[in-house]
Design a protein around this ligand. Structure first.
Ligand SMILES: Nc1ncnc2c1ncn2[C@@H]1O[C@H](COP(=O)(O)OP(=O)(O)OP(=O)(O)O)[C@@H](O)[C@H]1O
Ligand SMILES: [Mg+2]
Length: 504
């Protein structure tokens, strides 16, 4: 093979309590290579990269950089070697400028005046780094004026501004839409041109096949193969990941029971205009559109998570209002939040306690809560969504990312809701578990539960929904049902709407 590998990880082992996370994994990275790591939820992807970044110590194995053994015990050891990771929930300073965030801790001072910030130099140096990445971002802009996707790109710039040789992205696109993902891929190309190596972890196989030079598949803490681009088909990758063929969920026949819920005239100033819809019993209603269409805010607005005005809302024929999620809960409506870390997972609680939080709230008025009932109900729910865990009494942090998402779904199911609102239900979930979650959603609908859902991936909405509301610029522009519900139809509608905007 031409050229020396930049990084070699050899026989890396890691156990957490009784769980074997990595059982002797080899992983190589070449200079300027984009190397994807894929695998089921809990396969060990994040753990392997956290070891490389000095977040966890390894139990055994070795790491070589340019052929030399290195010791990485703390994050600063990794940084000194030029190894950096973009975290999903990055710690940034939202009230400071882009430039101050890029150079935080290393702000340039005026010569001879150690306390005086050289802001001209700071802006110039930031502009230079952003330029290398071809990012059209203003160095002087306040960070919180940028979208989450742009803030993530600022994180890349921050990594690049120091000595960077290896950049690790763990599910960087899981919350990005198509356009934002493309911007990120362009940024990755720019890094490659500079000879920087990128480790890319993602559950979106299509994008992995597009951008990776090589793909390593982990299964149950072992490397089951490293494949150069173009040498393996998607189906074969899935089989390597799962150890079996993928079984696609069987779509349920659309049902249209009586109306159980309706919203008339939902508006959010500047974002959503006069949205009305009905939801039938046992129906899966999708709301979709490009980013900025207002679909997510509409859903949050209707559940009291964003200020909105609603002319009329009815649940089972009675006029109701939801000004706080607890109002929704008492109406039998539950909501799966789009953001795991900040909104829904309680890190200080166990897996069981996390799963039970809604149930506890919904029953405490009516019953003296029995510990045993709570335990049984939560275990049953966790089993239903197939959360992979050492035990329900473990801390929730011990779950892999995708299994945390599944736990949140278990939490919603535990209260036996009549209506479920799902915002990005399979974020960070592997291809196999995705099909399992689809099957659960179909099953709920068959049992008569009504579902409102949206997703950052339009194909997911069209795969699941019986009926789809298509939004553009805050308006409902179309409603599709049954056989009309296809990704092509949705994309045609949203691109037509965008073109009409440009010309009018
Ligand atoms: N801090 C921890 N404490 C205990 N167990 C852990 C911890 N971190 C990870 N594990 C376990 O190690 C295994 C590998 O987890 P890891 O997070 O590496 O999976 P992953 O491949 O990144 O999955 P995902 O795609 O869901 O993010 C899992 O069984 C997980 O439960
Ligand atoms: Mg992970």
């Amino acid at each position: 093979m031409a050229g020396e590998a930049l990084l070699r990880m050899r026989e890396v082992r890691k156990t957490f309590g009784g769980t074997v996370a990595l059982s002797g994994v080899d992983f190589d990275l070449n200079p300027g290579e984009v190397h994807a790591i894929i695998g089921e939820n809990g396969a060990g992807k994040s753990t392997l990269m956290k070891i490389l970044c000095g977040v966890y110590p390894m139990d055994g194995g070795s790491i070589l950089v340019e052929g030399e053994p290195v010791r990485i015990q703390l994050p600063k050891d990794a940084l000194a070697l030029g190894i950096n990771m973009i975290h999903q929930e990055f710690a940034n300073f939202s009230k400071l400028s882009v430039a101050e965030n890029v150079f935080v801790g290393r702000l340039p001072r005026k010569a001879g005046f150690p306390l005086a910030l050289d802001s001209r130099d700071l802006l110039l140096r930031t502009a230079e780094v952003l330029g290398r990445l071809r990012l059209p971002i203003d160095p002087g802009a306040r960070l919180d004026s940028l979208s989450v996707a742009q803030q993530q790109l600022v994180e890349v710039a921050k990594a690049l501004s120091a000595n960077l040789r290896i950049l690790i992205m763990d599910e960087a696109t899981s919350s990005l839409n198509l356009r934002e993902s493309e911007q990120l891929f362009a940024t990755i190309e720019a890094l490659k041109v500079e000879g920087i190596s990128v480790v890319y972890i993602s559950h979106r196989l299509k994008e992995v096949m597009d951008i990776a030079d090589r793909i390593t598949v982990l299964r149950d803490g072992a490397n089951v193969g490293t494949f150069p681009r173009g040498h393996i088909e998607e189906a074969a990758i899935i089989e390597a990941m799962l150890g079996r063929r993928l079984r696609a969920a069987v779509k349920k026949a659309a049902t249209r029971g009586p109306t159980v819920f309706s919203v008339t005239g939902l508006s959010i100033p500047g974002k959503v205009r006069n949205l009305s819809f009905e939801l039938h019993r046992g129906e899966i209603l999708g709301i979709t559109g490009l980013s900025g269409s207002g679909k997510e805010l509409a859903i949050r607005g209707l559940y009291g998570l964003w200020p909105s005005r609603i002319e009329r809302m009815e649940c089972n024929g009675e006029q109701v209002s939801i000004s706080h999620p607890s109002d929704g809960l008492s109406l039998g409506i539950t909501y799966l939040a789009e953001e795991r870390k900040n909104m829904s997972v309680f890190p200080q609680l166990t897996i069981r306690e996390n799963a039970s939080v809604l149930w506890m709230r919904s029953v405490w008025r009516r019953f003296v809560v029995s510990r045993r009932r709570e335990r049984e109900a939560s275990l049953q729910s966790l089993r239903r969504v197939n959360v992979k865990m050492a035990g329900a009494e473990s801390p929730v942090d011990s779950l892999s990312g995708g299994n945390q998402q599944k736990m949140l779904l278990a939490r919603l199911l535990m209260v036996q809701p009549e209506i479920v609102i799902l915002n990005d239900p399979t974020r960070g979930v592997d291809v196999g578990s995705k099909q399992e979650i689809y099957q659960i959603i179909y099953q709920l609908a068959r049992e008569g539960v009504s579902i409102i859902m949206t997703s950052s991936e339009i194909p997911e909405v069209t795969a699941l929904a019986d009926r789809v509301i298509v939004m553009s610029k805050g308006h409902k522009i179309a409603e599709l049902s049954d056989a009309e519900v296809t990704t092509d139809n949705v994309l045609a509608l949203v691109t037509q709407a965008a073109a009409a905007d440009e010309h009018g």
